[in-house]
Design a protein around this ligand. Structure first.
Ligand code: FAD
Length: 395
């Protein structure tokens, strides 16, 4: 496929697939190498805020998701001590009106499938499954990457290589970054429950966020309201890499045994849980080198306390395409410009997510003070604090 307008992408996650679409729109041919042999329905809920759905709208992907996406009417923040609502942030259609694009709650698999479908229909994008990029060498005409698949190792040449290969990025390591993702002493446990088995109030299109000492619980409907995504995040020492380790139901129930009855009843429903350890990196937006750059979690993994991991990968894809848009663009300065543009924003989002990880898990007097502050602020002012995040455009 190599030509002077070819881009090689490592990884067909949300970031890699979105980048293939934004780059093919401006005339590039794209080859995506994905190590997994199939893009399966892995993962659970993902929230997409207007800063991200705005990009997907421009790509025509939102039409493919409209039937399965759930628009939250609001966010209900509750105390895990008393069970009472601390604040309610109205969202709904007013949110889309204010920020120019909707806020959506989705199954990660649905989002990945919609992007993969759009990719498969594009004549200038090729997706190679079961192909892992193991290494690359930079030379005068770009890069030569080594791909390992079932038949052995082959080489691909391209003027540009984008590492969209997630938290444990090989491309980042090969670029010379010796650092490792940092474990943040928490695990996230996920389960999907049929909506038919939860109480009526939990079927409503509302995100419910319960704040407790050293733990929080968030749940909301996905897949057109047919499933309820439940995620429990707890302080923990378990830190194996990966997204889908089996979690002990009994262990989780013990952590929630003093929680309000309604929250406990929900956590008791799933027979099995999958868990993953939470990592981010000290240095977000690590700079690429020559014709190589990074996007998404490979560049700036996020703790899930601001629900911005997928959104930042999508934003990256839009900005990268803007920087590479001119037909005469020399790739290297364009890639450095992309990295410079993204740095302050991803750093701020990463820091906010980390700050929320402390605020959400407060205990004792600190939690009481937090609740009082949130109550006094009210939902509208809590939302307005995030205007800078949601009211974003690639240019
Ligand atoms: C299996 C899985 C399940 C997830 N589940 C959830 C969830 O339930 N909730 C949530 O909020 N977030 C989840 N995430 C994380 C979320 O999707 C990402 O944080 C976010 O979308 C950023 O996406 P990304 O494209 O940067 O990275 P990722 O989504 O991590 O995608 C990276 C892709 O690169 C591939 N890859 C890695 N190394 C190589 C290589 N050397 N060569 C070729 N391909 C490579 C991986 O197989 C993967 O498909 C999950 C991620 C994965 C991979």
């Amino acid at each position: 496929m190599a030509s002077s307008r070819t881009i090689l992408i490592a990884g067909a996650g949300i970031g890699g697939l979105t980048a293939a679409l934004t780059l093919s729109r401006i005339g590039y041919r794209v080859l995506i190498a994905e190590q997994a042999s199939a893009l399966s329905d892995v993962g659970a809920g993902i929230q997409l805020s207007p800063n991200a759905t705005h990009v997907l709208q421009a790509l025509g992907v939102t039409d493919r998701l409209a039937a399965t996406a759930v628009v939250p009417a609001g966010l209900s923040i509750r105390s895990a001590r008393s069970g009472a609502e601390i604040a309610y942030m109205p969202m709904g259609p007013a949110f889309a009106f204010r920020y120019g694009a909707p806020y959506w709650m989705l199954h990660r698999g649905d989002l990945q499938a919609a992007l993969a479908q759009a990719v498969s229909e594009h004549p200038d994008i090729e997706l190679k499954l079961g192909a892992r990029i193991e290494d690359f060498a930079v030379h005068a005409h770009g890069v030569t990457a080594q791909l390992r698949d079932a038949r052995g190792v082959t080489e691909e040449r391209a003027p540009i290589l984008i590492g969209a290969d997630g938290l444990w990025s090989t491309i980042r390591t090969r670029l010379g970054d010796p650092s490792k993702p940092v474990f943040r002493e928490r695990t996230a446990w996920r389960a999907l429950i049929p909506a038919s088995v939860v109480p009526e109030e939990f079927r409503q299109p509302v995100t419910r966020l319960w704040l407790g000492g050293n733990a929080h619980l968030v749940h909301y409907p996905v897949r057109g309201g047919t499933l309820i995504n439940v995620v429990a995040i707890v302080r923990d020492r378990w830190k194996a890499p990966g997204w889908s380790a089996p979690g002990s139901r009994d262990e989780l129930l013990r952590r929630f045994r003093r929680w309000p009855k309604a929250a406990r009843a929900l956590v008791e429903i799933p027979e099995s849980w999958l868990k993953w350890a939470l990592f981010d990196r000290e240095e977000p937006g690590f700079r690429g080198h020559g014709p190589v750059t990074l996007i998404g979690d490979a560049s700036h993994p996020m703790l899930p306390f601001l629900a911005q991991g997928a959104a930042m990968a999508i934003e990256d894809a839009a900005v990268l395409a803007r920087c590479l848009a001119s037909p005469s663009t020399d790739p290297e300065p364009a890639l450095r410009r992309y990295e410079a543009i993204r740095h302050a924003r991803v750093k701020r989002v990463q820091q906010e997510a980390r700050a929320n990880s402390r605020t959400y898990h407060m205990a004792g007097f600190a939690a009481l003070a937090r609740n009082m502050t949130m109550r006094l602020m009210g939902g509208e002012r809590l939302r307005a604090r995030y205007d800078w995040l949601y009211d974003w455009r690639p240019d």
